[in-house]
Write a protein that binds this ligand. Sequence first.
Ligand code: SAM
Length: 237
Amino acid sequence: VAKTIGRLFGVGTGPGDPELVTRKAWRVVSEADVVAYPAPDHGTSFSRQIMADAISPDAIELPIIIPMISGRAPAQAIYDEAAEQILAYLNAGHDVAVLCEGDPLFYGSFMYLLARLRDDVAVEMIPGVSSLVASASAALRPLAARSDILTVLAAPLSDDKLEAAIHGAEAVAIIKLGRHLDRMRALIRRLGLMDQAIYIGHASLPHQKVMPLGEAPDDAPYFSMILLYKGSDPWIN
Ligand SMILES: C[S@@+](CC[C@H](N)C(=O)[O-])C[C@H]1O[C@@H](n2cnc3c(N)ncnc32)[C@H](O)[C@@H]1O
């Protein structure tokens, strides 16, 4: 199948600090004819904010607006439409960079566009520094060590699923925290793991917060996670 003339770049922007953007991501975004990014229906796009200084004033910007409360079905329609728009630019010979906070293929929304466009489009991925490693750096502790089983969990999962997964893991990251913070804290307390749990908000940004989960603010932002360490203690062994 003939691929489009324009190239599609899936660009990881890193976790927030513009100095953690790779040189390649910076170059690709500064050269792109079209820059697309997910944006909330209110407020600014985090990935655009990270890359603001790289975006050319001549670039066409294409915000992909995902309502915060949208369920799966409306989001699918939004990605269908965004994929159509991007394809039109690529067919016209324009290069399109799609920004994605952290790494695009680590729980990133870029995968929904990739699934729709992969067969017809020349795609290049630019990996980014994920919030997972940025959070471990913020907390000044290893994410996982030796033969530890590292488990990444999304807070919207049910308590039963979370509990079973935490049971089988040694190092755990709980992402997509936001409004689930209270429930996660209660669960971790019930499992007797409060002493091993660290809360990290806005890792790598000037207002980054790192503290024991027991001291975390009640209103966790969306860009926050819990790191939980049940494995062999790397500080001792
Ligand atoms: C949809 S996932 C996207 C992950 C992203 N693609 C990555 O590689 O980090 C969004 C979740 O990542 C975590 N996250 C992203 N940026 C963060 C940051 N700067 N500090 C702490 N957690 C962050 C939060 O748990 C947030 O709910």
